[in-house]
Each structure stands twice: as structure tokens, then as C-alpha cells.
Design a protein around this ligand. Sequence first.
Ligand SMILES: Cc1cc2nc3c(=O)[nH]c(=O)nc-3n(C[C@H](O)[C@H](O)[C@H](O)COP(=O)(O)O)c2cc1C
Length: 212
Amino acid sequence: MKILALSCSPSRGRNSDTMLDYFILGMKEVSDIEVEKIYLEDVPIDTYRYENRLGPSPHENEFAQLSEKITEEISGLVIATPTYNFSVPAHLKNFIDRIRFFALDLDKRNRFGQPVGMLGGLKTYFLVSGGTPNWAEHILFFTFPAFWLRGVFLYFNAKVYGAFYSGNIATFKNAKILEKCRKLGKRYAHKVVLQKGQGILENIFWRPPQVK
Ligand SMILES: Cc1cc2nc3c(=O)[nH]c(=O)nc-3n(C[C@H](O)[C@H](O)[C@H](O)COP(=O)(O)O)c2cc1C
């Protein structure tokens, strides 16, 4: 089973990127798991506009390859990102805006009139770094990327296996947090192999409206 690890911080080797590296170490401890790491920054993606709504433009080769990888090859997607202004870096936001051509079926509508998600087989996990201490993020969780990313990918009908936030600005050299990431990676990969269902929170709070 193949898992794609998408590193979305422009700062390589810093917090979320290192969290991802340790998560990958954990995933690789599970047999039958193959992991590929990609820096989203290495994939040029034009800003979303009506004209490119149906897929990559002819010059967007890397984006076309990444889209094909997600739809055809992978079982799991791990996104590692910093928190930027209560959200994610612009390039990640744009990537998520652009993938709607394969993430949503605009010809089908659920009972609220919304398009239907098409990422049914994808198991996701989110690693988020931020400058806000963990205790404050726990209280204001709904203003942080882990909450938003869960919501978006559930809307796309993907399975969400969880999210981990670190508010330590020196996470990249914090052995305890990185060891936690390794363990979480191993647990996530086990769940992918066993095709487990998602957590209770995802099923109760974020469950997208059913299709008619
Ligand atoms: C432009 C910018 C905006 C930021 N906005 C937030 C924010 O809204 N909330 C927060 O907790 N941290 C914020 N931070 C802090 C980063 O999320 C934090 O330093 C994080 O650890 C960086 O992760 P990285 O090393 O993976 O890039 C911001 C940092 C930058 C550069």
C-alpha cells in the first residue's frame, strides 16, 4: 500500500517537515507500506480560476502527475503543514482549491444541494505546527488548520484517521514530540493496512451530509 507524505511548509527541515520525517519513520516500520515524500513547493500550481476548474493546464505537468498519483496510486495521504494566520500556507490552500476537479463530483448533489465527495478510498492524517501553545490550540481548535483540514477532507468523502498539533516552536529538535510523531505514524500505517474506520469525532461532528 502506498502512502503519500506531503510536506507543505516552505521551511524545509523545520517543524512540520521534521514531524513528517518522524511520522514516515513510524509508517515504514509497518510491512506492506511504501511511502513517498513530496514537497508541495516543488509542484507549481496556478491559482484556481474558472478556466482551470476541470484539471491541470497543459503546462502543469507536475500537478497532473501529483493528481494522478492521488487518484490512481495511493491509499493514504499525510499532510504536514504550519499554521499561517489561523490557516495554512497559500500554496497548500491553493492545492486544495485546485483538486476539486477530482475530489468532488459536481454533477451529483447531496440533500443539502452540495457536490458529493469522490475521495472515498483515501485515508488521511494531518500534522500541524504552530506558534500557539498546545493548551490554547485545544480550546480554540476550530480556528486551527487541523480542524479545517479534517472538515475539507471529510467533505471530499475521504477517511480522516486523525490530526496532531505541536505548538512548540522548536519541535524540530524536540526528541519527545518527534518520538510521538514516529509512534503516531506507525499507528496510522497499521490502520491503513487494516482499512479501519475513522474516529468517533469524525463520525459524529464532521460527518458530511448523506447523498440523496
Ligand atoms: C506568516 C506566518 C503566520 C503565522 N501565523 C500563525 C498563526 O496564526 N497561529 C500560530 O499558532 N502560529 C502562527 N505562525 C507560527 C508558525 O505556525 C510556527 O512558527 C510553526 O512552527 C512554523 O512551522 P514550520 O517550521 O513547519 O514552517 C505563523 C508563522 C508565520 C511565518
